[in-house]
Design a protein around this ligand. Sequence first.
Ligand SMILES: Nc1ncnc2c1ncn2[C@@H]1O[C@H](COP(=O)(O)OP(=O)(O)O)[C@@H](O)[C@H]1O
Ligand SMILES: [Mg+2]
Length: 329
Amino acid sequence: MTARSENSGTGGGQDDHVSSRAPGGNAGGEVVVQLNGIRKVFRQVLAPEQRPGMFARLFRRAAPASGPSGGSGGQGAACARDSNDDAKDACLEGGVEVLSGIDLTIRAGEFVALQGTSGSGKSTLLHLLGLLDSPTGGVYRLLGRDVSGLSDDELSRIRNTVLGFVFQSFYLVPYATALENVMLPGMYSDLSQAELRARGLELLGRVGLADRVNFKPANLSGGQQQRVAMARALLNRPRLILADEPTGQLDSATSSEIMRLFSQVNQTGTTIVLVTHDENVAAQAGRVIRMADGRIVEGRNDDAPGGADSNASSGAANGAANGAGRAAP
Ligand SMILES: Nc1ncnc2c1ncn2[C@@H]1O[C@H](COP(=O)(O)OP(=O)(O)O)[C@@H](O)[C@H]1O
Ligand SMILES: [Mg+2]
């Protein structure tokens, strides 16, 4: 079950596609993300500019290449399998553990903010959630499906159909128009070119850019570029939107506009996990998870099935569960 079938409906607007799902505020919603004992060890710390390019990971069919250092996604054999303690130790000795023992459950309709100081592992965790990288150990179930061992093609397909991404630096194609950028993940859609175009236009209208569809990124403001990225993230009607510091390059007024858009998207039932170090931004989420040194120190909410509490409320219900997490282990 990849949820693709649920998302491949043709025609119809965003609103009707989401209406069949758990609406925002459904506290007992389906489990979207389930992490158990997730660890991530990088064999060597690479400077950001040495890390595998995000754009290629996002939109190419091929999975991240294994670089010479076994960089992101290219774990060495000893690290990839978590098969025995020797392997784990070898992994730890040769590398740096940036995520340790992450247990986390996120339900449909939640709006989760991921906070923590720089280097605490937020982006690494988001990349794992987004199948842009794989864990060294532990189990990740996305919509009930264990994603370990899936082929690169399958991962790409899930990434481009079930997930939507928004990043601080937009990752728009510079020589393509706003509309062409939005239509980019369309290769994974069942829609015809004409339908894709109509959907792209509809989404650009939704994010307030109906009059900018033929503009190239260089001719758009930062806030407008991020709106294009949000429209692109919505093209394939994702179940889960992953955003890494989406307002990090924006002034506070523009940042508020973008956060309003996230809230609107969440209110239609789409689950959101958003990394931010901005308290004002985090306050708009329904649940705040704090990380430190590769661990979740607050807000984990490892509720048992049926025991969903206010943490699973819609993000629009501002901060209902902030601080409702457990103390650090
Ligand atoms: N691809 C990578 N290769 C090696 N080290 C990495 C890679 N990505 C992140 N790191 C390291 O992992 C740690 C956590 O990074 P990150 O998840 O980006 O933190 P945050 O997003 O919270 O600032 C940092 O020490 C960072 O340098
Ligand atoms: Mg980061």
